[in-house]
Every structure is written in C-alpha cells, then in structure tokens.
Ligand binder design. Sequence first.
Ligand code: PEP
Ligand code: MN
Length: 337
Amino acid sequence: MIIVLRPDATDEQIAHIKEKLEGLGLTIHVSKGKERTVLGAIGDERILQEQPLEAYPGVEKVVPVLKPYKLASREFHSEDTIININGASFGDKKIQVIAGPCAVENREMLLAIAKDIKEEGVCFIRGGAFKPRTSPYTFQGLGLEGLKYLAEVREKTGLNVVTELMDPRDLEMVYEYTDVIQIGARNMQNFRLLTEVGGYDKPVILKRGLSATIKEFLMSAEYIMSKGNQKVIMCERGIRTFETSTRNTLDLSAVPVLKQLTHLPVIVDPSHGVGKWSLVTPMARAAVAAGADGILVEIHPNPENALSDGEQSLKIPVFKEMMRQIRLIAGAIGREI
Ligand code: PEP
Ligand code: MN
C-alpha cells in the first residue's frame, strides 16, 4: 500500500501516521521527494482495509501497489534515484563507466590499469577478488590479497572500487575494502546473500541472473531494499537464449523496460553480455543510446594472458576508442560521460 501525503503535510502528521501503522505491525518506508512525501506500508495489507487512512490529516490518497516489488517500483518512488558514491553519481545526467580486469591478477597490472582509466575520466575500477568460475579447476581469484590491491589503488588514485561478494561470510571483509559491492549473475537469487547486503549501507550492483525475468530481477532488488539498503544499481549483463554466436544475449530492451518500472539506476555490462571483445564497443554504444546510466566493461593490458575472460577484455587502446565513441553518443542524447 502506498500512502501519498499532501504537499503541505507536516512532520508531526507524518510521524503520527507512521506510528499508527507501525502499531498495526506494518513496516513503513518513507520516501521524501522534491514535491511530496510518500509512505510505503509493507506487511499484511489486509490490516489496512479496516483503516480509514484517507481520514488522517496530511493524507491525500491511498493507492494499493499492484507490483509485487514495492520499494523498487516507480509507483512508490516516481523520481529517479540518484546514488552518490564519493562525488560520482549513478542515475543523473552523467553516465558512469566502471572499467577494470575480470579478476585482480596482481598489483602492478591493477595500478597500470588504474592509471589508464583515470586518464579517461573514469571514476570506478572493477576487479574480482572472489571469482564465480564455472570450473573449480580454474583461477578462483586472489581473495583478501586481491582486495588489498584494490584498496591500495583506491588510496593512490582516488578511484572507487567495485568488487564481487559471493559469500555472506566474506561480507565484513569485502565491505571494508570496497565502495560498491557487486552481486554476480549467479547469485542474483541467493536470497541469503541479498538479505545480508540489505542490512549494510554500501551501494550494491545487482547483476541480472542468467535466466531471470525482469520481474525476478526486480524482486531480488526488493530483497535488498526491504532490509534497509536503498542503494541498488541494476545491471543488465546478458541472458541465456538459444543463440550461440554470443556468450549471452544482451537484452538491451531491459534498459528502457527497467527505467519504466523502477526508479533505480540501470547499467549495462556489454562484456559478459556478448563475450567477445570485438562486439563490446558496438553494444556499449547501443547501451548508452538505450538510456543506460552506466557501462561496466572488462579491460586488460594483455588479454591473451588474462587469467579469466581474456576473450571479452578490451586492450587499453580499444577501450580508449570505445570511450571516445560512447562520449559522442551520450552527447547526442543530452547526457555526458
Ligand atoms: C564479473 O563481472 O566478473 C562477472 C562474473 O559477471 P557476471 O556475474 O555477470 O557473470
Ligand atoms: Mn568476467
């Protein structure tokens, strides 16, 4: 249930309604917009059928929520959510680029990549320290050592760090070293993991599951948000289809669909979406044109020797050319990179 308050509702009136509904066993989320405040009542809504809520001072109207996801829905929060991370925002005019290797492999390589991406004005470096690999016999990531290299890069360059969390047992450790926690595609429906990150205040990049519908994707965001953490960035990274010429099928229509359904920022990972470096730039261009709030891309100084995902990693000059091209597209649609 959504309770839309009058533009002139006072803080006392809001507190009174909140107290009353909490007393009925509901959890109340307050969304303060520029124009007005909206309350989201979560719990057994049947309780509310008996309540003359529209009679409360300050209430304009009561709207039942039709979507199974509430906090993530535009019905609850009509304005775009802007997530500010140390001065760099997702969800406003600027399109953020997140670039880096698939996995943190060593310190020198990470420092070199950091220098290259800073030259392009990028504010986020990515790199996995814990890697969800299909085979248990392949490189699994450097773990804590990798996190420490990421933290050193942040210290030296001011870049924000994005890294994946796979296991709730590593949450406190990852929390300490990263600015944004990535939940990978394979864990999109690891509800325990989602619940845990929901209890922390760190922004989360939530990747779409390999065969998740948009509704399931939004329900996973709802898991995180229902625990208190509203800083969720949705990431389309390709889904499984019958097509085999690309690693996945990058569902770019997910971008405008999500933008209609949710107020959360939406970014695109063309690297995992296509799995081949030569297809990454065209799909990055298309993602920007489709309205993405960010691009997440894998790069490597020497993809031939990469310990994971070398085939989809851009060499540095190719990455720089991609940046030039997507800047042009962004400018054409009134945005900037
Ligand atoms: C990654 O970003 O390195 C990754 C493993 O992505 P995904 O979870 O989308 O496969
Ligand atoms: Mn990868």
